[in-house]
Write a protein that binds this ligand. Structure first.
Ligand code: GLU
Length: 336
């Protein structure tokens, strides 16, 4: 280790990258901490001076919003203390969500990078060490600055805005449909394909308890009963992953008209890629009708990410009546 090497702070949150077999559990469970993970990567200490913190040891489905706010504060402290970038290791199941939520609040030009593994450390061809090395190499590269939160997996860097988990178990699990990947790593260096994107103003830190925001898929035969039940149960907003370019049944459309009197209703597409429409279809339950009924179309933002954006807007003090405008402005600012 040389003192002239850049400092990268690595924090572990759990996930497959940290999992080892447990007889009691009958499968792998999170056990390794950030120091153990960093030590397992051949050549890492020649690339950067690594500082480590073990913040959580969880399967990623059990990470909570407040865990992520703690991580955010820790990451900002690391940059203030001289780290050029921060790397978080976590489970891949919620990586597209945690990356996006952190990105909404990340205000520094320094890169905040998330990585994980699809194969546990003992598996043949475990990908965790390679992913951690690539994440650190991306963190120290000057071209990574100003791009917000990046996900680095399988020698590819993705923007938080576009990344999604496209495969449940394959090593090539992550894709960036529509927006495209940010960079590929070749011989240890990231090549970014475009200039850093315009980013929306980071949100103010939460000023109230995290709201419950429902995400519901519109499906064949669906009249929107679950959306109504969610609002009755106290959900403060509803995001509908609707059919095609943002369409629902006649009955669902009527319910949406009633629900928008009470809570913000966002219409995304349930398709894996593509945008919602705004001025193509004129039938009941299509975009023109749903907007007339008070809903807002999410554009290119997926249902998963729309739900997080609405959640974060409400948590950061945006009034429910201002969510539609805030979401539209956010989309315009990010030019998507
Ligand atoms: N496939 C997941 C992972 O890569 C399972 C566990 C989790 O998300 O924590 O970590």
């Amino acid at each position: 280790m040389s003192n002239s090497l850049p400092v990268v702070a690595v924090a572990s949150l759990g996930g497959t990258i940290s999992m080892t077999p447990s007889d009691a559990a009958g499968g792998v469970v999170p056990t390794l901490d950030a120091t153990q993970l960093a030590r397992s990567v051949p050549g890492l200490s020649e690339v950067a001076t690594i500082t480590t913190a073990s913040i959580r040891q969880l399967p990623s489905a059990s990470l909570r919003y407040d865990d992520l706010m703690e991580v955010l504060a820790w990451a900002e402290q690391q940059i203030a203390a001289g780290a050029v970038g921060v790397v978080l290791t976590q489970g891949t199941d919620t990586l597209e969500e945690t990356a996006f939520l952190l990105d909404l609040f990340w205000k520094l030009p320094a890169p905040l990078i998330l990585t994980g593994a699809m194969r546990a450390p003992q598996a043949a061809g475990a990908d965790g060490p390679a992913n951690l090395l690539s994440a650190v190499r991306t963190a120290i590269h000057p071209d990574s600055a100003g791009r917000g939160v990046l996900v680095v997996m399988n020698d590819t860097a993705h923007y938080a805005r576009w990344v999604s988990k496209g495969d449940s178990l394959a090593v090539q699990a992550f894709v960036s449909l529509d927006g495209g990947v940010a960079a590929r790593l070749v011989e240890g260096r990231p090549t970014f394909f475009h200039a850093a994107p315009v980013r929306a103003q980071p949100l103010a830190r939460p000023v109230r308890a995290w709201p419950k925001v429902a995400l519901l898929s519109a499906v064949l035969g669906d009249e929107g009963e679950l959306a109504e039940l969610a609002v009755r149960a106290g959900y403060e907003a509803v995001v509908i992953a609707a059919q095609g370019a943002g369409h629902v049944s006649f009955g669902f459309a009527e319910r949406i008209g009633e629900l928008t009197q009470k809570v913000p209703v966002v219409i995304a597409s349930r398709a894996a890629g593509g945008s919602t429409a705004s001025q193509t279809y004129g039938y009941v339950g299509a975009e023109i009708d749903l907007v007339r009924r008070g809903a807002v179309m999410s554009g290119w933002l997926s249902g998963l990410k729309s739900r997080l954006l609405v959640t974060a807007l409400l948590a950061s003090g945006v009034a429910p009546g201002a969510v539609t405008e805030a979401l539209t402005n956010w989309s315009k600012l990010t030019r998507r």
